[in-house]
Design a protein around this ligand. Structure first.
Ligand SMILES: [Zn+2]
Length: 174
């Protein structure tokens, strides 16, 4: 399905665009990629082998399984129980490594961010649309987490449209 921000904002979540994410390399601060098999997967173990980071500028490369998991508790024998903790949709980072998203800019009352150019284009279409369609979904999780429901008020207010679109245009040139 080709997603159109003017039509599908209430049935599309940020995480539906993951996909591959553009991030800022933690070593050289240039543009780099986090490759993922899409999100969410039923079996989280899939991420360990398939999610990777690579920077073509400095050559830094990592796989998710190379990163130490987070200790979430200790069992009665004092053994650490670890788990992969993924960062949520408002962290302005990729969910796996936690690297700052490349497409991320301060604008008015907060930040506009996107995982990749396709995601950014979708946001642009939604903001630019003067008549935003509210497609109905029976799936509460999808609706409650949809981009249409989740974007902050300052981003969607008609009076801010021009300013927000300018911020998005600047991001598109990054
Ligand atoms: Zn680098």
């Amino acid at each position: 399905m080709v997603r159109d921000g003017a039509l599908h904002a209430y049935i599309t979540r940020h995480k539906d665009f993951l996909g591959d994410a553009l991030v800022e390399c933690p070593q050289c601060s240039k543009k780099a990629w986090v490759k993922t098999p899409g999100y969410p997967q039923e079996d989280w173990e899939v991420y360990e082998d398939t999610v990777s980071f690579s920077c073509f500028h400095c050559g830094k490369a990592q796989r998710l399984k190379d990163i130490t998991k987070t200790t979430i508790m200790y069992n009665s024998h004092g053994k650490a129980i670890t788990s992969r903790v993924l960062r949520g949709g408002n962290s302005m980072t990729d969910p796996f490594f936690g690297y700052r998203l490349w497409l991320n800019i301060e604008c008015l009352e907060g930040n506009i961010w996107a995982y990749n150019p396709e995601h950014l284009r979708f946001l642009q279409q939604f903001i630019a649309a003067t008549h935003r369609k509210r497609q109905v979904t029976q799936d509460d999780d999808v609706f409650n987490n949809s981009i249409g429901s989740r974007l902050p008020r300052w981003m969607t207010a008609a009076k801010n449209r021009g300013h927000v679109l300018k911020c998005i245009a600047r991001l598109m040139d990054r």
